[in-house]
Design a protein around this ligand. Structure first.
Ligand code: KG4
Ligand code: ZN
Length: 346
């Protein structure tokens, strides 16, 4: 392990090629060292899946397959390097859609095999957290991470670059999933998170008191499945009463109910774990109310807050490259038996 570190430190340009295909973004990045991004190409399939109101796994896999070589060429071109210059290959191995993950894995394994370079499988959530190292060069563990995405909602105590303790997770829907489902019942289309964020800006967040679900007193777990039913019940009642529906008020009230619970639980967890930093990650970390309420709460609690720019919040390969680098530095290496693990635990 010491030898690896020396090798990486003496090399002024240790290049990592990273691949992310866990859901509906085909992304390939090139990193120099641990945090410098030379390219981060993201080919989104949102426009394709929009027609179905959500991601269709088989269609996602097919498009990854169609796109991946073009994305690879573009990532190498923008970084102004050749495949032979790459020192390390990182790839998301889970969790995610199995067919989608397999396209990224097959590509990464083929490159690693042909170039005889080390291969590292990366946990997708670890990648999301690492997006913050790219955005904030001074950031180091320990800190409390809040991972809020389309597939995950976790409160994680990050004690080192490769050591994580999950303090809480969702017991049903992920935060982003709740945004997407509520957007669908409001007829806003897919993906719903950004649409609700935008519409809520012109609504009154106090208009409707949707239930805040905190579960047991000391639990850091979440439950977001009930809120969609709450929104549906509200919409049906209004219709039966012949009352008008202010969609902006519904969006703003729903958003506040979800965000308030996340912020309160995270602040409590940071205080209990005696952390002085909170780090936001995942697609929902792009939410403007989430950022604002976290800023206010962190200032009050004397905690430092970090979050990545929106492009590094949602799925991208740069974050996977950063995580791969830290895993390699710690001595982890995978071989050709690396597989796709759709339900991989952190
Ligand atoms: O991290 P991500 O790209 O994919 C997963 O790993 O799941 O997150 C996508 C999720 C979607 O549910 C999307 O609606 C949500 O992030 N999202 C947002 C915002 N931007 C993206 N949710 C709320 N507000 C936003 N501004
Ligand atoms: Zn993600």
């Amino acid at each position: 392990m010491e030898r690896i570190e020396e090798e990486m430190m003496s090399e002024n340009k240790f290049l990592t090629l990273a691949i992310e295909t866990s859901c509906d973004e085909t992304s390939i990045a090139v990193l120099s060292g641990d945090r410098e991004v030379l390219s981060n190409i993201i080919s989104s399939q949102i426009e394709i899946h929009k027609a179905y109101g959500g991601v269709v796994p088989e269609i996602a896999s097919r498009h990854h397959l169609d796109n991946i070589n073009l994305v690879l060429e573009e990532a190498l071109g923008e970084a102004k390097i050749k495949l032979k210059d790459v020192d390390l290959i990182g790839v998301t191995s889970g969790p995610g859609l199995v067919g989608a993950l397999l396209i990224g894995l097959a590509t990464a394994k083929a490159i690693a095999y042909a170039s005889r370079k080390p291969l590292i499988g990366v946990h997708h959530i670890m990648g999301h957290i690492c997006a913050n190292y790219i955005a904030h060069k001074e950031l180091e563990p320990p800190f409390l991470a809040v991972v809020v995405s389309g597939g995950h909602t976790n409160i994680v105590d990050v004690t080192g670059y490769n050591t994580y303790q999950v303090l809480g997770r969702t017991r049903d829907d992920a935060a982003g999933e709740a945004f997407d489902k509520v957007a669908r019942v409001l007829g806003l289309g897919y993906p719903g998170g950004p649409k609700i964020d935008e519409l809520a800006k012109s609504g009154n967040p106090q208009a409707i008191a949707f239930k805040r679900v905190y579960l047991e007193k000391d639990s850091y777990d979440f439950s977001f499945s009930g809120i969609k039913t709450g929104v549906l019940n509200y919409l049906n009642t209004q219709k039966l009463l012949g009352e008008p529906i202010q969609r902006a008020d519904v969006a703003a009230s729903f958003q506040l109910a979800v965000v308030e619970v996340i912020v309160n639980k995270a602040i409590k967890a940071a205080q209990e774990m005696k952390r002085d930093k909170i780090v936001l990650a995942g697609g929902v970390a792009a939410n403007s109310l989430l950022r604002r309420l976290f800023e206010e709460a962190c200032e009050k609690a004397d905690l430092k807050l970090y979050y990545p720019p929106p492009i590094l919040c949602t799925d991208n390969a740069a974050m996977i490259g950063c995580a791969a680098h830290y895993r390699y530095q710690a001595g982890f290496v995978d071989d050709m038996s690396l597989d796709a693990y759709p339900n991989l635990k952190l």
